[in-house]
Design a protein around this ligand. Sequence first.
Ligand code: UDX
Length: 454
Amino acid sequence: MEGKKKTNETHILVIPFPIQGHINPMVQFAKRLASKGLRVTLIATTSISKTMQAPTSSVKIETISDGFEEGEKIESTDIYLERFRVGVSQSLVDLIEKQKGYAHPPKVLVYDAFMPWALDVAQRQGLHGAAFFTQSCAVCAVYYHVHQGALKIPIQDPTTSLPSMPLLGIDDMPSFVCDTASYPSLLNLVLIQFSNFQKANWLLFNTFDKLEEEVVKWMASQWPIKTIGPTVPSMYLDKRVDDDKDYGFNLFKPNVDACMEWLGTKEIGSVVYVSFGSMASLGDEQMEELAWGLKRSNSHFLWVVRESEGIKLPNNFTDETLDKGLVVTWCPQLDVLAHKAVGCFMTHSGWNSTLEALSLGVPMVVMPQWTDQKTNAKFVIDVWQVGVRVKVDEKGIVRKEEIELCIREVMEGERGTEIKKNAARWKELAREAVDEGGSSDKNIEEFVANLVGT
Ligand code: UDX
């Protein structure tokens, strides 16, 4: 009783970096901490607070200014990131100062590792800090080696050998460390995660021990890391309805009814779900090849084409595929992946999409685009063996014939049967990790016990 009381007197703040692939796992983690009895406040910077679909009942939301005027145009990523740092640092100080007067002032800030300066703010205010890494341990390890100077960039060697990792080909490397010229600010963003991480009180990773066994062991031998994933809500993993179902903060509005009604009319395992996440943008030619490849696959398909991408769809495409496909601008991805009609996920291999597909046992056709996605794809194919990877031609395009071939291989082929078996096994292992007593659950319990004791 006393322990329970202490837990709900322990107040913790959680602040995500404002992009969809970072908001989702941190919102889910905040909810998981609340389900363990902690008092949790999720800090939404202005740009994301407006997008909240349904407030969660278990987590309190506080909006703080990110320092930008409404509708303000920012000239460059560098300027955006710097102004975001200055604006949010100040707002965080104000929020913590205000909350010091509360009956249960915050003790800890869980911050996105993309915002290492938030640790300095927290510690100056007398709070502990927990860094939350939203990408895979393998990808973080690559960035760590680059940050330490142990891995020279731009990477040009055909293969790279790193501790406790499979040999990585140049096409398995995060794009920022190969093409260092195109996105210097984003390269800096992923590297500064390691600028002060050793000063954080906890290092949390959205993965689970068995998934990245070797690299997790290697990291754990260096630092006291905790794997806490997958952050997929448990209601999707084992159908226990113990989470409040909501769509959290969606930067895009999902077409929930259209998707679920359409899926409801399809046979088990007959649909290819296609999505490239919240940021990737395909070229016009690639979009056209993808469209006709989906048509050629002869499978039903549910394709998320964000509003900004819609213009690239071939003119006659929607009419020609009315009987086979549904194109939406955003969907409730977890509900879609959990739907029995879905037999395959054609994905860009964003880390959340990868974890979600693994956790729900959905085989993948991977078509990585940039950032961490090629490394995730390498693990999907060679380590977890739950998918096939499309081949690009000499112009860097994946042709419609290749798309058809890969989809058929997963949906109909012999290899598909093997892949489905592996996917079912990973689904089981993901559930075990977060179930009571599983590796991630134990780590979260330990984290909570430490917090309460601080
Ligand atoms: C980005 C990077 O691409 C990714 O590689 C990195 O690890 C995190 O930042 P994003 O491209 O958006 O993320 O991909 P992903 O990590 O897969 O996250 C997308 C999230 O949006 C997932 O949680 C997914 O469930 C959700 N989503 C996607 C929807 O809810 N509906 C959709 O229609 C599409």
